[in-house]
Ligand binder design. Structure first.
Ligand SMILES: [Zn+2]
Length: 308
């Protein structure tokens, strides 16, 4: 059973890494924040300008989720958001001295470590919960996500890639803090070697290497080994949770995703927020109100993405 009060960190914790797409070094510090603050990114290299982690601020979903507010952008937010959501951390000020959250090992595990290093502090305010009461779905280009009412958060995710080493994979299960830590958190991002040159021509994956991504060649995995036989679909679940975290509330419902990616994950979040007849609030509505869209969001990016 999820905790009913909002949580933050006991103290700050920081790390240094590189941006997966930019290839540039970036320092990140996670700081405690009060109830109702939410997850907010601050760009120290731009005078501390802030970007609120909410669905209306998603501007790009090609191979990562990019948030932007008042001309200030933060990319590759999804693995950190996934870890914060899974550990039920509602309020953090994330300070960065660059445009991208560091990729670290390509999974959520280093962020989990960082959060545990900071410690978790329970606040005296109720956590907002969004309880789905009617089914909703979004689809495009062969991908589809359906969300339906359920007593707790669960996921059924299927991928189908035209590559013998990945092929069809499915992950199905309840998502709790405990199950996330043992089954999802360590699953790394992945890409196909055949796509790497094209990505780099687009200025993407410049920081990608075998230390922070699974690279799938024509004849095998270039890394030493996989962490799970079905690590690919587990990473897609990790990404889905990170994108769903942009609801800013605990989600209570079942999500079935087929051949999806950041764009479709984000469209689901926007569809949920645009359909208040399909769910009810529980807990603090004051925080939840920050997340209701005030303008239609335009999202660029493809459907089932190979990776990231
Ligand atoms: Zn990812």
């Amino acid at each position: 059973m999820p905790r009913s009060n909002q949580r933050t960190l006991k103290k700050s914790a920081e790390c240094v890494g590189i941006g997966l797409h930019s290839g540039r070094p970036v320092s990140m510090r996670l700081n405690p924040a009060p109830a109702g603050h939410g997850i907010v990114f601050a760009r120290l290299d731009q005078g501390g300008r802030r970007v609120y982690a909410r669905a209306v601020n998603v501007v790009r979903t090609s191979f990562a989720t990019t948030l932007s507010e008042n001309g200030c952008s933060i990319s590759t937010t999804e693995h950190l958001m996934s870890a914060l959501y899974a550990l039920e951390i509602d309020n953090v000020l994330v300070e960065l001295d660059g445009a991208e959250v560091p990729i670290l090992d390509g999974s959520a595990a280093p962020f989990i470590y960082l959060i545990h290093e900071a410690g978790i502090f329970e606040l005296g305010a109720a956590r907002p919960r969004l309880v789905l009461e009617k089914p909703l779905s979004v689809s495009e280009q062969g991908g589809r996500i359906t969300a339906s009412p359920a007593p707790s958060f669960s996921v059924d995710y299927s991928i189908n890639f035209d590559h013998p080493l990945v092929g069809s994979q499915n992950f199905r299960g309840s998502i709790s803090c405990k199950s996330y830590l043992s089954e999802i958190a360590t699953a790394r991002t992945f890409c196909f070697l055949r796509d790497v040159e094209a990505l780099r021509r687009q200025g993407l994956a410049l920081g990608g290497c075998l230390e922070n991504a699974i690279v799938v060649g024509d004849d095998g995995i270039l890394n030493d080994s996989l962490r799970f036989e079905d690590e690919f679909v587990r990473h897609k679940v990790l990404d889905l949770i990170g994108d769903l975290a942009l609801l800013g509330m605990l989600f209570v419902g079942h999500v079935r995703a087929e051949r999806a990616g950041h764009r479709l994950h984000t469209r689901l979040v926007q569809e949920i927020l645009a359909r208040p007849d399909a769910w009810r609030f529980e807990g603090s509505t004051e925080v939840a109100a920050h997340h209701i869209p005030s303008r239609p969001a335009m999202v660029a990016g493809g459907s089932q993405t190979a990776s990231l």
